[in-house]
Ligand binder design. Structure first.
Ligand code: S3P
Length: 451
């Protein structure tokens, strides 16, 4: 019921952008979403109390928190910190009803792997977008490990019903570079008998590997293959995890401050994991002025402060190698490309079609409505930038811009709207709650600092 209420609230929520001012000042962004999911999972399986501070309070992570409460783990929340009373390796208990993962692909796919090897029955579901997204990519390898999972379309679509089973390790070579698949198999592998080996075509975000190491869970690399011995003889203890700010949330201001003339923004305490920061590489190639300051480490992850000043952009070619580490930033990168001078060609990015929305289709359609010149391709797009030599171009306010229920599309359109002459209202922006509940407040604050 909660999900249906959120769907309805989301449809009615709008975001209005008043352009004409630069972005200036210092800010922070919500805690990293990927790390928050993983921190909740591993602290729940720890022996004793853990804290997760600076966690992401977006709906995606709150749904994962509620999932573990339903699995018998006491979790106390304050706005800045979770206190998780872990019950040890085999400490989860059967949930009384279906678990609602909301909009979160990470939540449902990681939980599927984790729950496959428990000794109880569970059902996982989510919102309308989640029930359209491919689950076969985790269900198939998990079945090879002995998992008993039923779902719509033979297990391709949620809801998924999981009859906990005794799993065994497998040697799996994924055809997709996906941290969700990798993490799902590793979590199942923890509860499996024997060894699990996992290879992927390109390195996807490595937060699970780093967090396993942080908790002292033995996972090793053998020539690009991850190797995990299942059912570790000793579990792990509760720890204090500090979650850095989400690079994917900072990305909106990296692009916004770059394309709105006169901007100068510093974002403090941002996760700088190199498997996530492809946007900086791409934007710098385009001519952006982004500085990384005070690089340090927290909970096994690199963290820094980012300073970005406006700059004139040029189009760029983005191929396979850059896709995994830029994957969530493509919607906002499309906005940068739309105002740059020259063509931006994106290829090898077919994964964008199976995100919270089909991001190739939704961004192409919405940006065209804002006057951008975009050609959609099966695995990417060509964006003919509106910029001219020495000057970025400007998008136009669209009369019926909408998010298609995708938080990153909503926030990207808001950033694009900052370059327009007229104000613009974006419909269906309740979905922003999934990752960045205070997006509008942060944006408004940065716009209010203009001289
Ligand atoms: C995530 C992995 C990525 C990313 C998603 C978060 C994760 O998805 O797009 O937002 O936390 O593991 P894929 O594994 O499908 O690439």
């Amino acid at each position: 019921r909660k999900t249906r209420e959120l769907d309805r609230a989301s449809l009615m929520t709008t975001l209005t952008i008043s352009p004409g001012r630069p972005l200036r000042g210092t800010t922070t962004v919500p805690g990293d979403k990927s790390l928050t999911h993983r921190a909740i999972i591993l602290t729940a399986l720890a022996e004793g109390t853990s804290t997760v501070s600076g966690y992401c309070r977006g709906e995606d992570c709150l749904n994962t928190m509620r999932a573990f409460q339903a699995l018998g783990i006491p979790i106390a929340e304050t706005p800045t910190e979770l206190t998780v009373s872990g019950k040890g390796f085999w400490g989860l208990t059967e949930p009384q009803g279906p678990i609602d993962c909301g909009n979160s692909g990470t939540g449902i796919r990681l939980l599927t792997g984790l729950l496959a090897g428990q000794d109880f029955f569970s059902v996982l579901t989510g919102d309308e977008s989640i029930r359209r997204r491919p689950m076969g990519r985790v269900v198939k390898p998990l079945r090879e490990m002995g998992a008993i999972i039923a779902g719509r379309k033979g297990g391709e679509l949620a809801p998924l019903a999981i009859t906990g089973a005794g799993l065994h390790g497998i040697d799996y070579h994924s055809s997709v570079a996906s941290a969700q698949i990798k993490s799902s198999i590793l979590l199942a592998g923890l509860f499996a008998q024997g060894q699990t080996r996992y290879r992927e075509p390109r390195l996807s975000r490595d937060h699970t590997e780093r967090m396993f190491q942080f908790f002292g869970i033995p996972l090793r690399q053998e020539e690009g293959t991850l190797v995990l011995d299942g059912r570790p003889p000793v579990g792990w203890r509760g720890v204090d995890v500090t979650v850095p700010g989400d690079f994917s949330a900072a990305a909106f201001f990296l692009v916004g401050a770059t394309i709105v003339p006169g901007s100068d923004v510093t974002i403090r305490n941002v996760g700088m994991n190199p498997t996530r920061t492809g946007l900086i590489d791409v934007m710098r190639k385009m001519g952006a002025d982004i500085q990384v300051l005070g690089l340090r480490e927290a909970a096994g992850e690199p963290v820094g402060d980012l300073r970005v000043q406006s700059a004139v952009l040029k189009g760029v070619t983005i191929g396979h190698e850059l896709i995994p580490k830029t994957i969530d930033e493509f919607p906002v990168l499309c906005v940068a490309a739309a105002v740059a001078e020259g063509d931006t060609v994106i290829s090898g990015a077919e994964e964008l079609r199976v995100k919270e929305s089909d991001r190739i289709a939704t961004m192409s359609g919405e940006l065209k409505a804002m006057g951008a010149l975009v050609e959609e391709r099966p695995d990417g797009m060509v964006i003919r930038g509106l910029g001219r030599s020495g000057e970025n171009g400007r998008l136009q306010a669209a009369s019926n811009a909408r998010s298609h229920g995708d938080h990153r599309v909503a926030m990207s359109l808001a950033i694009g709207g900052l370059t327009a002459e007229q104000g613009m209202t974006i419909a269906d922006t309740g979905c922003v709650e999934t990752s960045f509940p205070n997006f509008e407040a942060v944006l408004t604050d940065l716009l209010a600092h203009s001289a």
